[in-house]
Write a protein that binds this ligand. Structure first.
Ligand code: ISE
Length: 340
């Protein structure tokens, strides 16, 4: 069944998703857009064959023309739009983070549980990246025995001017938080954020950060978060197990050896590095909407659990101490595994 999609928030990631959703393989179309910047909404709608610009996200959600909603607006507005989708019974794909506090994320979980059916998917795209899927398959298949340690790096060449210190956790490391829960199939029980000497390139930001996580089974994880690394965009992950290690390979398609040096291309940014993951993520979401695939991807519960860890990491960033984390019981609606 073709899907008519409404998109709230048509900035960079919104436009990335629109490109994939409009005229997609299953006949999906973008039929409505809304944005805090009405001129931008009109310009984006003008470039699409079937889309109208609507004045507000709420009107878009209420529109009979829309089968499902994509929320790619500014993080603090996610809660209001996702709650409105739940109230209207509309399936919704919400970019990460699901909300900006655990209390807001919990209100979404509670509303979905009260509605009694899964309508929310969160945009944790690493779960759809072929390299990350291969990493997980190796760990799950026992290729390295029980995982003991994980070493990750999350490096951005630069970040936009509106990027604040807390976003290194709430907007950037939140990907590793979800990735680790998914990869290891366990919850994170403690976090500590350490701040080394600051990069002179980071302005007011505390950049880089070293984030240490402990999981329920005692796996220790270190994550370097650098957001002004200059040379390009890089995501690393290596799992060290009882009998071996497994790591993400260099994403460069080729390595050139010349004049005494080896060179391989480094992606410029996350759009380039994760292009395929966004393709797969949205295709699978459309398949789920069409009833052709079960279960849904990362749930509101996954968004909430990641937010609890993110809030604890922010607390540690501000206090410097180790923060313990305890999640409340997972509601029955989320008992069926999403991806683990
Ligand atoms: C950005 O919002 C993303 O989601 C990217 O995947 C991430 O690598 C980057 O750090 C974020 O700012």
């Amino acid at each position: 069944m073709a899907q008519d999609i409404g998109v709230i928030g048509v900035g960079m990631i919104g436009q990335e998703h629109i490109r994939r959703l409009d005229g997609g393989p299953g006949g999906s179309r973008v039929v409505a857009v809304a944005d805090a910047d009405a001129e931008r909404a009109a310009a984006v709608a003008g470039g699409l064959p079937a889309a109208k610009a609507l004045p507000t996200g709420e009107e878009l959600i209420a529109s009979d023309a829309v089968d499902a909603v994509v929320v790619t607006s500014w993080g603090p507005t996610h809660e209001q739009y996702v709650l409105a989708c739940l109230a209207a019974g509309r399936p919704v794909f919400c970019e990460k983070p699901l909300a900006t506090t655990q209390e807001a994320a919990r209100r979404i979980v509670d509303a979905e549980v009260a509605a009694g059916r899964r309508l929310v998917q969160v945009g944790f795209n690493r779960r759809y990246d072929p390299a990350h899927r291969a990493l997980k398959a190796a760990v799950d298949g026992g290729a390295i025995g029980a995982p003991l340690l994980v070493h990750c790096a999350h490096r951005n060449a630069s970040v936009p001017p509106h990027y604040t210190r807390d976003m290194s956790i709430a907007d950037t490391a939140i990907h590793e938080i979800d990735e680790l829960r998914w990869l290891l199939g366990q919850e994170i029980v403690a976090v500590q954020v350490l701040a080394p000497r600051r990069s002179s390139r980071g302005g007011e930001l505390q950049d880089p950060l070293l984030v240490l996580f402990e999981t329920a089974d005692g796996v220790l994880v270190d994550v370097e978060v650098s957001v002004n690394i200059h040379y390009g965009y890089e995501i690393r992950c290596e799992v060290s197990g009882e009998t071996g290690t497994v790591q993400l390979a260099d994403p460069a398609p080729v390595h050139i050896r010349r004049e005494g040096a080896v060179a391989g291309l480094v992606p410029a940014d996350w759009r380039e590095r994760f292009a395929l993951s966004y393709d797969i993520e949205l295709r699978e979401w459309l398949d789920t909407l069409a009833g052709a695939r079960l279960p849904l991807g990362p749930s509101a519960w996954d968004g909430y659990a990641a937010q609890v860890v993110s809030d604890a990491a922010l607390q540690s960033l501000h206090s410097g101490g180790r923060v313990s984390i305890e999640l409340p019981p997972r509601p029955g609606l989320y008992a069926t595994p999403t991806a683990w």
